[in-house]
Write a protein that binds this ligand. Sequence first.
Ligand code: FAD
Ligand code: NAD
Length: 463
Amino acid sequence: MSFDYDLFVIGGGSGGVRAARIAAGEYGAKVGLAEESRMGGTCVIRGCVPKKLMIFASQAGLMAEEMRGYGWAEAQAGPFSWETFRDKLDAELTRLELIYRAGLSRAGVEVHDQRATLVGHHEIALADGTRKTARHILIATGGRPAPIGIPGEELAMVSDDLFLMDRLPGRILLVGGGFIACEFATILAGLGVDTVQAYRGDAVLRGFDREARDLATLQLSAVGVDLRLGLTPAALERSGEGIAVTFDDGSREDFDAVLMATGRDPYTRGLGLEATGVAVKPNGAIAVDDWSQTSVPSIFAVGDVTDRINLTPVAIREGHSFVDTVFGAKPRKVDHSIVASAVYLRPHELATVGLTEEEARAQGPVDVYATTFRPMRSMFAGSDAKVMMKLLVDPATDRVLGCHIFGPEAGEMIQLAAIPIGMGATKAQFDATIAVHPTAAEELVTMRTPTRRHEGPAGGAKG
Ligand SMILES: Cc1cc2nc3c(=O)[nH]c(=O)nc-3n(C[C@H](O)[C@H](O)[C@H](O)COP(=O)(O)OP(=O)(O)OC[C@H]3O[C@@H](n4cnc5c(N)ncnc54)[C@H](O)[C@@H]3O)c2cc1C
Ligand SMILES: NC(=O)c1ccc[n+]([C@@H]2O[C@H](COP(=O)([O-])OP(=O)(O)OC[C@H]3O[C@@H](n4cnc5c(N)ncnc54)[C@H](O)[C@@H]3O)[C@@H](O)[C@H]2O)c1
């Protein structure tokens, strides 16, 4: 049977673009790709990239404050122009989008700027009514903000809307305590917005190492976020130009804007999965095996739509591995067991790789090497901001099981720590490394004695 394409990719985000480009450019496959919005997907257009640029924009006040501590007595951030920043941001995203398009075009990928849906095991319908056939189909449609189902929720923004605002709100409520709520609370407070964050739990960033979570929670308040723990909205309603929020404790407050950052769902609605028999998990994520293959052998899925680890480099690796396996005769599975990540807070980021202390002690005995200190840079300036470095070590094998850093540029540090930890490095090998001085990261190779030992599920902590 002949097909229009060897591969048809639905979704031009992190996973889809990588897969299409490698399949066509390196393995000579005939590839089509459909994208219903801007090329580049969530990460480039409404995620990692604009978010990180906003983080940079938001740190002027903190930098000026630090510099005053170094003798620049008049240092001030001065006025911020959202309009100038937003227009520059839009131009930058357009530049990046064009680079993505050029890469696809150079590789010989045929791009269809429209929505695609599945109509058969080898067939796709485009929004203009055209049908295309393909030997293999890759679904890389990403995720969408998940509503929580409270009355008036449609009045709130989601993260996509933040990058397009006409003006900064005077007062905003952010709902949630995950990646997006914490990063945007840091950003908006840094840009001078009166920022309230409501989170239903007792410390933000559930799932991260508890000690690091506690430091992140303290830092949010220290940078001016009015963090309300154990609180969540029950209803939103219009109030003049703004939004009146009724919370679950019965209190009511007015805000200029509300941002719901309550998680993301796989974007599979209306994709034709039921009609084609592609199996989904209860939350709508496409079920795949280790090779990213769905229940229909000709259809594969990568990235957030499969809800494995919802990060850009993971989507890229999944897309690349699928193509290596199917088109490159180089079978490659993705190892999801050790994936580093960072939450871009300011002044200190939270970065992590491997097991948390809580996960490690639930598995068995673990030695915890941890230190918390005021780094020389900010201490000199008079700041109380604390850095934390933590290594979790298996006492039986001496293997480093996890690393957690709360500090300036922790994301940069964890990228490097992830290499030896992924290779199975031992604590002795960390210790054999001569320190780089003076740095905060030198603590990772100079912590000599365990701070505490957990004996495992049956035992308690010592020391
Ligand atoms: C605010 C925010 C900040 C983030 N920050 C980070 C970060 O700092 N680091 C990090 O690693 N990750 C971050 N992420 C997560 C990261 O963006 C995602 O994990 C990544 O983009 C997933 O890639 P993907 O290819 O699965 O999907 P996406 O990048 O979402 O791409 C899916 C594409 O498919 C298109 N599409 C969907 N359905 C169809 C259809 N039927 N037809 C045609 N096109 C379709 C969409 O328009 C979209 O362009 C962030 C996410 C958000 C929301
Ligand atoms: N730096 C990064 O790598 C980065 C940054 C942003 C986003 N991301 C990715 O995007 C994903 C989505 O981010 P997110 O922050 O929306 O999700 P998240 O899962 O990190 O956090 C969701 C938050 O919403 C809260 N929540 C969920 N349901 C609720 C309800 N019914 N009522 C009240 N609160 C509720 C949760 O308790 C949690 O605090 C992340 O999981 C991550 O994979 C990564």
